[in-house]
Design a protein around this ligand. Structure first.
Ligand SMILES: Nc1ncnc2c1ncn2[C@@H]1O[C@H](COP(=O)(O)OP(=O)(O)OP(=O)(O)O)[C@@H](O)[C@H]1O
Length: 225
């Protein structure tokens, strides 16, 4: 369960989120809204990348501002720009790094890395330099490196921007099969169309919060008038 209690945030004195209160309990929640409306700022609060100026964000009962380390273990954050997330020289090493805090042996980590990379179509690239992957392949690697740690909550900020149709479908199927709570910021309205709930952010406020059909209809109407 995630809560936002009267949360506001501004950059350099310019308000970006304005008194947002939400309780997020559904398994798959989409966040949509115009460019610059505050979606990424809201998402980043879920693992303390951005802290509220006023108000409180909690994840599974923990105040994010006071429990950064634990919250970052519980919340896997997938950036829209995978270069922000890929650290190690090779594809395999990047996944193995994600597993360093687990109790798995070296062999088990290697096996798990091979399994997850094969699942995401990167099995032929295990020992390739990560920075030579295509943009979409990097996005899949970033996703794999988060999923392999089995976080309790996954937050993904525009996860499909670099993916072709086949890999966007792979991502959709993967997300549909996860037990973890999933919060996805997206401009791909089809992607969030079968989620449990969609929230529309407009100028730092919650403008609609409903079933996908109702919220997306509201958003489409708002964007065309
Ligand atoms: N680190 C920062 N410093 C200063 N301003 C920022 C920073 N991050 C975001 N902003 C500003 O805050 C506003 C909201 O940005 P945010 O990234 O949350 O919007 P968004 O809804 O995710 O937009 P988009 O759909 O374009 O990704 C924008 O005007 C942006 O320029």
């Amino acid at each position: 369960m995630i809560t936002f209690d009267h949360v506001s945030h501004g950059y350099d004195g310019r308000p970006v989120l304005r008194d947002v209160s939400l309780t997020l309990g559904e398994r798959r929640i989409g966040i949509v809204g115009a460019n610059g409306s505050g979606k990424s700022t809201l998402a980043r609060m879920l693992n303390a990348l951005v802290l509220p100026d006023t108000g409180t964000v909690t994840v599974n009962g923990l105040d994010v501002a006071k429990n950064k380390r634990q919250v970052r273990r519980d919340v896997g954050f997938i950036f829209s720009d995978p270069d922000r997330q890929i650290i190690m020289p090779t594809v395999r090493e990047d996944i193995e790094l994600s597993l360093r805090r687990t109790s798995l042996s070296k062999d088990e980590r290697a096996r798990k890395a091979t399994d997850v990379l094969t699942r995401f179509g990167l099995g032929a690239h295990l020992d390739h330099p990560a920075n030579r992957l295509s943009g979409g392949q990097k996005q899949l690697l970033a996703l794999a490196s988060i999923l392999v740690t089995e976080p309790r909550v996954i937050v993904a900020d525009e996860p499909t921007t670099l993916l072709d149709l086949r890999n966007a479908a792979l991502l959709r199927r993967t997300f549909a099969g996860l037990d973890e709570q999933l919060i996805v910021v997206s401009h791909d309205l089809e992607f969030v169309g079968d989620f449990d709930r969609v929230i529309v952010i407009d100028d730092g406020r919650v403008a609609a919060d409903d079933t996908p059909a109702a919220a997306l209809a509201f958003y489409r109407a708002r964007m065309t008038t």
